[in-house]
Design a protein around this ligand. Structure first.
Ligand SMILES: [Zn+2]
Length: 1016
């Protein structure tokens, strides 16, 4: 037979586009439309409903960027439509593509109850079925004219990303505003033909099934009278019944579909808009759940539930009911879908604490899965945190975005730095926005790497990013794909049902050890430096606030600020969302974040100050106490305690002398640092070992400037070719001694380059083996990457970078494509390199991005390992002014540092001592540890208000450690807990209470949470 496939396929496309789809709504009458535009920010619903309207016509422009317009549509159902299904069709001027990235609406009844959300893929509102003739129609639409930021020519700089620069030009024109008859039979025919046509295109041309589908489609098309589609649709469908009834083969891939809208908590829209996005999508989804009995929907991010609860209680009531019915499924159990590279140990833990607690308290639901479909890489510290939160599964699809290496598994055990293993699934559909297209379903089945030993995968189904969710069309297609020959099977299933079945069918999955590095979006470790510093500052202040408030509460009865800390934590957690902390949001989001962090800092400083004053006693006492909030003894001040200021000049011995050939030598007896005439570090000798740190012939603290214009995703990406071009910033405007005292020796270096200036102070303090480098940059570059380079005389194949509750190793070489792809990576507070017996650390309070490379020197055959911190970038999309202006950074070089020194100095640089005048002799710490490798991560009162003390400790060196946690009170009990402070028997180490303390024996990187109940 002749091959006429292309002819039939082209016929199917044209007839669907031009005749059948338009016949879904065969008759329509226009609605009357009026509008009121709110003068500024969104107004409460009652105000929007009551505001006076002006007439507007289809074709008229509306909607300044970020504006809100209240649109009212009125009409009457024609008498002739009695008994038929009638819908309103509201097209606000949508572009069919990318729902959630343009204008959107939420429809209300006259009484203010929300009906459903409107977006390009969801323009209908059901009026009645069957309708009564003459029925009046009155609906209000709260329409948001959010501008298009990510256009068809993406990544162009735009001023639209902040209401302050976006202007007032109307962004949209009203399109269709009609009442229309909905012909369900024609709509079902469209669904039949779409499913069969899309399946057909995926089947092999030499297989019988493809031809059976082709002939059935052809017979259906033959049966349609193109002048009377509505009258002939039922007959056409009858030709498709047989091919739609043929069941899937037994080995067919099994897809667990779950309705979903991955809603970014802020991104190309501000936080306040996400509140409304969530309301629109959930209004839609709860309505769809009522219409579709098989459908199940899942939503993650407790914060988004909390927003609806606060701002749209009517929608929340519908969500609560649907959750109780088991149809609307809370997913994940984190406060937001955060970044996981940068949040501190405690912040990562609290994401789960606050997320899971919200779901438990609101719905009585405890999730066992972590749900992070879109996060930019996963640290080796995360598995232990997931497990300690009482969860055991992880879902993400993001690693499919990696540029170079294809991940070898879709279902596997992921092992973290401490040995915890988490059953992990990467949906092979490679998207969190599955729309039940035949190409997606076939891709999932073909792409699945675990065929032969496993059979099922998960498909999050619905429009995401900017919201929208699942559509009735997706549900209709899923119903046809339930058991269809040639296709994977599709069932609506909850995430937990999927994971249980996937685990059961795959008892020995493969294991992946260590971080899940995303080979993309590497610049998110650097972009928007102020947001990143705000996050780290907040994390540090929260640690101090909890510590001092708990100490003051137990010692003096000072009230513990439970509610305030809860609220501040949730704000910090929200800003760790995977487009805020990574710096990939519009200018508006980062401008607000900076202001929010400043507000939180002021609030936390006040809490800390009040608690310390309560502990120090009456300021009139005149005794100055030094408080140490770091987890290690510092200047003889105990960790978590305070004592009088040590006598000045303790140690002393700092000198600055002129260096032969220009520059200066700073010395404190422990470290001797030579700065040359260009202000660069040419030598740093550790006196204890006599060892030189800087590679021969090289200069450290060298600032380097690269062009940085990635191929895509400007704020997110740095592409490897950036390294091909570099300018060393060696010219100095000034190199001068800035401090010379027995306690401190410092040199100030000023430079200018491009349109920017930088001033650095290199200082050595008495008794410290740390060279502190304080940098102030006034940054006015465009599409540049600023690095600070430290070429070190160290021969090593790997280095350690701090992550949550420990550190992870990465190679210094590029033997394979996997290592070469990690050309920019994340650390928390230190990078550490060592040869047996001697090491060096670079520490930083707030720089996350770095790279490490190696070279062998021609001169002496030694190895130079170069660590470079990533200071600043200047991408122009989505914020055209990213990182412009003044920034301050601190970095430090610690020669002769073992891993324990790196841990200690990492804490110390971010947690300065505080001085308070009072009457107390000293403040004894609530808890003290006698083993340096055991580090206190948090001291706080239990969240349940019982007055119990919660102490979290981890093993920080990567070895085994045994020590004693001595308490300043007699504990009646010390109970190992999970992160939610519930008794937990999952601790693998040993915890024994005796007398005034607890003996702890922890495995490498193990964390343990203890609830200590003071004796009465
Ligand atoms: Zn996202």
């Amino acid at each position: 037979m002749h091959d006429d496939r292309s002819l039939v396929e082209a016929r199917l496309k044209r007839v669907l586009d031009e005749r059948i789809r338009p016949a879904v709504h065969p008759e329509s009458v226009p609605l009357s439309v009026t509008i009121w535009t709110a003068p500024g920010e969104p107004v409460p619903v009652a105000e929007g409903l009551a505001a006076p309207r002006s007439p507007i016509a289809v074709g008229d422009a509306w909607g300044a960027p970020w504006g809100t317009s209240w649109i009212t549509v009125t009409g009457t159902v024609p008498e002739a439509w009695a008994g038929r299904t009638v819908e309103a069709l509201i097209d606000l001027g949508f572009d069919a593509n990318m729902p959630g990235f343009q204008c959107e609406g939420l429809v209300y009844r006259p009484d203010g109850t929300p009906v459903k959300g409107l977006n390009p893929q969801n323009q209908w509102v059901r009026i009645a079925s069957p309708a009564a003739g003459g029925e009046p129609v009155l609906l209000h639409v709260e329409a948001a004219s959010n501008p298009v930021i990510l256009d068809y020519h993406p990544f162009l700089p735009t001023e639209l990303g902040d209401k302050e620069t976006a202007g007032s030009t109307p962004q949209y024109r009203l399109e269709r505003m009609d009442l229309a008859v909905f012909d369900e039979t024609v709509w079902q025919l469209v669904m039949d033909l779409e499913v069969l046509g899309e399946l057909m295109a995926e089947l092999p041309a030499d297989g019988a099934r493809r031809w059976e589908l082709l002939r059935a489609v052809e017979r259906a098309l033959d049966a349609i009278d193109l002048q009377d589609v509505n009258g002939t649709a039922a007959g056409a469908r009858s030709h498709l019944t047989e091919v739609l009834a043929a069941p899937a083969v037994p080995s067919a891939h099994r897809i667990s579909a779950i309705g979903h809208a991955h809603i970014d908590s802020a991104w190309l829209w501000p936080l306040r808009e996400t509140v409304r996005k969530v309301a629109r999508t959930t209004a839609n989804m709860t309505a769809l759940l009522e219409d579709e009995p098989d459908f199940l929907y899942t939503m993650s991010q407790a914060q988004q539930f909390a927003w609806i609860k606060e701002h749209r209680p009517e929608v929340y009531a519908r969500v609560k009911k649907a959750v109780a019915d088991g149809r609307f499924v809370p997913a994940g159990g984190m406060w937001v879908e955060s970044d996981t590279n940068m949040p501190s140990s405690e912040a990562m833990a609290r994401q789960f604490v606050h997320g899971k607690r919200f779901f438990l308290e609101e719905f009585g639901v405890e999730n066992r899965e972590a749900w992070l479909p879109d996060t930019f890489g996963f640290t080796g510290g995360l598995p232990q945190i997931i497990r300690n939160a009482g969860s055991k599964w992880l879902l993400t699809q993001k690693i499919s975005w990696s540029q170079v290496n294809k991940f070898p598994h879709h279902t596997f055990l992921w092992e973290g730095i401490d040995g915890t293993r988490i059953f992990t699934h990467f949906p092979p559909v490679d998207t969190y926005n599955c729309s039940m297209k035949g190409s997606e379903i076939a891709h999932a089945a073909r792409n699945f790497k675990d065929k032969g030993v496993a059979r099922r995968s998960l498909a999050p189904t619905g429009w995401g990013d900017g919201g929208g969710g699942t559509t009735r069309e997706m549900i209709a297609k899923a119903a046809r794909l339930r058991d269809l020959e040639g296709s994977a099977t599709v069932r609506w299933e909850r995430p937990a049902e999927f994971f249980e079945k996937a685990e059961a069918e795959y008892p020995k999955p493969p294991v992946w050890v260590g971080e899940l590095y995303l080979e993309l979006h590497r610049a998110t470790l650097t972009s928007q430096a102020r947001t990143k510093q705000g996050n780290r500052r907040s994390e540090n202040l929260l640690r101090e606030a909890e510590l001092w408030c708990a100490t003051a509460a137990l010692r003096t009865g000072h009230p513990y600020p439970y509610e305030q800390l809860d609220r501040i934590w949730k704000t910090v957690l929200l800003h760790q969302f995977h487009d805020i902390l990574p710096g990939s949001s519009i200018a508006w989001v980062h401008r607000e974040a900076e202001a929010t962090y400043a507000r939180l800092a002021a609030e936390l400083e006040e809490l800390i100050g009040a608690a310390q004053q309560a502990l120090a006693g009456d300021a009139a006492g005149g005794r100055e106490l030094v408080f140490n909030g770091a987890p290690h003894v510092r200047s003889a001040v105990p960790a978590g305690g305070a004592c009088p200021v040590p006598a000045t000049g303790a140690g002393g011995g700092c000198t600055v002398t002129a260096r032969d050939g220009g520059g200066f030598v700073l010395d404190n007896g422990l470290l001797s640092v030579a700065v040359d005439g260009d202000g660069l570090v040419v030598s740093a000798v550790d006196a204890a070992s006599g060892r030189e740190t800087v590679a021969p012939g090289a200069r450290a603290n060298l600032l380097q400037l690269h062009p940085d214009f990635p191929n895509m995703w400007d704020a997110w990406d740095v592409d490897q070719f950036y390294r091909n071009t570099v300018t060393d910033l060696t010219a100095a405007d000034e190199v001068a001694v800035s401090v010379s005292s027995p306690d401190e020796a410092a040199v100030r270096v000023a430079r200018s380059f491009g349109s920017s200036t930088v001033v650095q102070t290199l200082s050595l303090r008495a008794g410290s083996r740390r060279l502190d480098i304080d940098t102030e940059v006034d940054w006015h570059e465009t599409e540049k990457f600023l690095k600070a380079s430290f070429p070190l005389d160290v021969h090593t194949e790997r280095y350690a970078a701090e992550t949550q509750f420990g550190h992870q190793f990465r190679p210094t070489h590029t033997n394979t494509s996997w290592e070469a792809a990690k050309f920019e990576a994340c650390n928390h507070r230190f990078v550490h390199l060592e040869e047996p017996g001697w090491g060096v650390a670079l520490v930083t309070p707030s720089t996350y991005g770095h790279d490490v490379t190696r070279a062998v020197r021609a001169t002496d055959g030694g190895t130079t390992t170069t660590v470079r911190f990533s200071l600043l970038r200047a991408p122009r999309f989505p914020d055209p002014q990213t990182d412009q202006g003044v920034h301050r950074f601190r970095h430090a070089l610690v020669p002769g540092a073992a891993i324990g020194d790196a841990v200690r100095e990492g804490y110390a640089v971010g947690l300065p001592e505080r001085r308070v005048t009072g009457s107390a002799e000293a403040v004894r710490p609530l808890v003290e540890l006698d083993e340096a490798a055991l580090v206190v991560s948090a001291v706080k009162l239990a969240d349940d208000g019982s007055g119990d003390l919660v102490v979290r400790v981890y093993e920080a060196g990567g070895g085994r450690a045994r020590g004693r946690l001595r308490t300043s009170f007699r504990p009646a009990s010390a109970v190992p807990c999970d992160l939610l402070e519930r008794p937990w028997d999952g601790t693998r180490g040993e915890v024994a209470v005796d007398g005034d303390g607890v003996t702890l024996s922890l495995r490498p990187f193990e964390l343990v949470t203890l609830r200590l109940t003071p004796s009465a």
